[in-house]
Design a protein around this ligand. Structure first.
Ligand SMILES: [Zn+2]
Ligand SMILES: [Zn+2]
Length: 59
């Protein structure tokens, strides 16, 4: 009843594309622990990420 994981939109925090089904890095925000997704492209380019929850920015 409360399983809605498949419906959740996983988006790259850097470029905003859907990362579902592709190789993406998933990690927790070092500041607030929110789960952050980043696509392989942005990871390769070392784009900055910004936490959607606390606006923490990191490399
Ligand atoms: Zn991206
Ligand atoms: Zn955060």
């Amino acid at each position: 009843m409360s399983k809605s994981e498949s419906g959740a939109a996983k988006k790259c925090v850097s470029c905003g594309i859907q990362v579902a089904g592709m190789t993406a890095a998933t990690f927790a925000c070092p500041d607030c622990g929110t789960t952050i997704h980043r696509c392989s492209k942005c990871r390769k380019q070392s784009n900055l990420y910004e936490c959607p929850d606390c606006s923490f920015r990191g490399p």
